[in-house]
Design a protein around this ligand. Sequence first.
Ligand SMILES: [Cu+2]
Length: 163
Amino acid sequence: MGNFLRLFGLLALGLAASSTFAGEAEIQVADPWVQAAPPSAKVLAAYLEIKNNGEKPQTLAEITSPVFGQVEIHRTTTRGNIARMEHLKELVIPPRSSVAIKPGGMHLMLMGGKNPLRAGDQVPMTLIFKNGEKIAISAAVRSMQEEDAGNSQHADHSKHQHH
Ligand SMILES: [Cu+2]
């Protein structure tokens, strides 16, 4: 009985803590973009940042896009001179922190593209989290050069999209 009451107390505390942030989206996605590639490219890479404003870890479990057959989370690891891509089944975003999926580290691998994409096109995607939350985003196709040149402009992360 004592244990049960203690557990109940912890749950109540947890509920109180989460309602403190009711006005703020628990998970936010910032600056999604897709790296432009020649029309012959079989796959494309997408990048974004995921912010967890909550007190619990959140897990990105699945990504879907109507214009791609499959989207996977990949991490590039370099051993010696050989870079390899590792397929991550899920991605955990710790509480009160953010994870950047950015060139050189991780990327979203877009596979089975239904149409060739050019710079300026938009790629709709849905991020599905383990807690059931779905976040719909639209990632603009940009070339690497644009990304470098536009870094200061894109530093503004205020255009979060959230469902
Ligand atoms: Cu990859």
